[in-house]
Structure formats: C-alpha cells, structure tokens
Design a protein around this ligand. Sequence first.
Ligand code: UD1
Length: 418
Amino acid sequence: MDNFVIQGGGKLAGEIRVSGSKNSALPILAATMLTGEKSEISNVPDLMDIRSTLSLLNYMGKTCSFGSNNFTVRETSVLKHHAPYELVRKMRASMLVAGPLLARFKKVRFSLPGGCSIGVRPIDIHLEAFKKLGAEVFYEKGDVILTAAKLRPARLRFRFPSVGATENLMMCASLVKGSTVLENCAREPEIADLARALRKMGAFVEGEGTSIIKISGAEELKGLKYEVMPDRIETGTFMLVAAAAGGTLKLSDTDIALVEPLARALKKAGVEIVSGKNTILVNSSGGRPRPVNVATKPHPGFPTDLQAPWMAFMARVDGKCEVHEAIFENRFMHAAELMRMGAEIMVTDRKAVIKGVERLLGAPVMASDIRAGAALIVAAAAAKGETVIRRVYHIDRGYEKIEAKLRRAGLRIERVKA
Ligand code: UD1
C-alpha cells in the first residue's frame, strides 16, 4: 500500500491540466452497453474506478481497450447480464449497467451494492423507477434481479434527485419506445454530459440541467464517439489546495461554470479567482480565510464531494464557521483526521462547527474515502511540517496522477511504499 508524504507550508506556483470527469465517464461507459456497435470515448481519466469499469465491461462480454485516456468498447460476443459482487463491491457505480442491460435484454442481475463509509446508500429510487417502466424486482443470494416482458414509457417522479438513479433511468428509457418523462431529476453537469452522449447514440433527450427530463427512446442505438467533460470535483480540489497553501495556480482545460458554488464561497473567504476561456486562476495569500458557512445541496448547490476539502481549507478560518452535510448521513470522517493535525471541529449529526486555528501541524493521518483523502492533501499543503497520508488507494480511485500534478505546481509531495 502507498502513502503520500507531504511537506507543508510552501506556496504553489504553476499550471495543472484538469482531467476528464470520473463521474461523467462512468455512466457514459455504462451507456456503451446500450448498443452492439463500437464506441470510442476520449478524455477518460486513468484511475482505479475506470479500471474497475474496464474489468466489469470485459467480464460482461465487451472487448475494451484503454490507454492514453482513450477508451474503446467493442462487442464481439454474447453479453452476460450479471454484475457480480466482486466488481460491484469495489465500485457502487457498477450498478449503472442495470439501466442499459435491462433496456437491451429485459433482464439484469447485479449484486446489491451495500453501504460505504459515507452512508447506507440504498438503491430504492432506482428500483421504484424501473418498476414504473414495467420491470419486476426479485432478490436472490444478495443479488437484485430485474426482468420485464416488455418495458413501457412512463411519467415518474424521483422522491429525491439522485444522480445515479437519474442516469440509470435516462439510459434505460433511451431504448424504450415512446415518451418517458422523469421529474425531480438531478441537475448535475454530469447528467447533461450523459444526455449529450445519449443524443449522439440516437436517443431523443431534452431538459437535462432542469428537473424534468424527457426521453423518446429509439428501437436501436448507435455506437458513439464522445469526449468526456472536465472533472469539476478535481478542479475544485485543486482550487482548495491552492487557496489553503497560498500562491498562484492556473487550472486549464476546465470551466468556471462547473464550480460556481465553490468559486463564490472562495471569493467570500478572501481568495481571488479569475476565470478565462477554459482556465481558472486561483490567487491566495495563504493567510487565514474569512468565515464562510456552507451547506451541501444537490446541484446547483455546494457539492457534497467538495465538503471535506472545503472543511480542510476552513480549519484555519479567522473565527468560527459551520458546514452542513445534507446529502450523506455519515460524511464527516475526515473531521477526526483534521483534528489530529490540530483543527478544532465539533461534529453533531449533520453539522460541523469549526473554530479556526492559526496553524495546522503535520501528522500521520488516514484517508477514509476519496474526498476525505483529498481533504487531507488540502490540510497537509497548508500545515507546518510533514504529513503522512495512509490508505492512498482511496484517493487513487478518483484522482488521476494527483501527486505528479501537484508536484509540478510546487507542492512537496511524494508517493512512498508503506
Ligand atoms: C453520485 C456521485 C457521488 C456524489 C453523489 C451526490 C457518481 C459516480 N457518484 O453518487 O460522487 O457524492 O452523486 O452528488 O456520480 N439515495 C437513496 N436511494 C437511492 C439513491 C440514492 O436514498 O436509490 C440517497 C443516497 O443514499 C444519498 C443521496 O440519495 O444520501 C444522494 O445519492 P445519489 O445522488 O444517488 O448519489 P450517487 O449517484 O450514488
């Protein structure tokens, strides 16, 4: 297992190119299951979750190749309809193959994903919606089985704007003849990216980015050539590393429109943000930020995936501030690790109150999930002395070559074998 060793306290200077979006690539790769034709997806980040998707698609019978951020999917044999526990356990997003496979073969079996460190994470919203399209749901040996003699278009309303359920249903409805209307949809930019990809495959999709999405399914869909959008969470994480450490960091191949809620909060905290065409410049003194309260919300609110890195930045706030987590019930595991670095944080249920400290101090800490790991990098960059982050494999699930990118921008970070 690898560790990151970070010497904090220095300022950043340089440019980082932002990778393609993990959370956009995952559903788009799942969407290639909707067709027997060849698909070529570019700007796919090379990271663990994408490698897990490669294994899953290969297991299911697709023939995939992945290199230099280009992912090619061909169909050369009959597909299996089963996503097994070993693959789903590694990555919950594996269940995004459910919608495409149900639509194409009227039958799919996948392992029930189970919870993870940030919450219970049920899949009832997906299942209720599949039922509205005519699927029957069975459970067997820890697996969920969905079958349908025939799927039918429907008008349905999600009880919560779940990102994964919106994506699963958009993909499924794209192969259901007739007009399906999804209400209370997630409005995340990754939903819009998937909508663009589905349109390229021949589905009629409109309304993405609003809470009502209409889909007129086609009888067959074509293969697609598609370039994945920039990763807004990686963008936001790097903005926060620069804000916390201080210095000037230019991010390229990204878009300020993807990180508006964070950019607003950073400006309030006293950080200068200048946007250009596909670039974002972050200028920070590295001094103590002004207090800014944030509450996570579905898009266009403050993203839950940036809550942990934001809290790490706010650990040195000049005063007191609050962070509310409204999306996941157990997403404050990083608070205890930040406290090992000297932060003063009181967590009660879904609220964290941060009393800012003058300095964070390097310490041995442990990543508990992708974004909690990112938070520890933000804290370590600003801390005095050496921080050793363990369980870096969590960070590797979601960030492509993060240490190489940050090192080029001046952070003293090394990956060492534990
Ligand atoms: C996606 C993102 C993840 C992000 C999250 C919220 C991917 C691969 N992952 O995850 O990084 O943190 O959106 O922005 O894109 N819920 C239910 N029942 C369901 C589905 C969800 O109760 O059937 C709950 C979840 O437990 C959670 C909330 O709804 O509390 C949001 O989950 P959801 O939007 O579905 O997140 P994911 O798609 O899993």
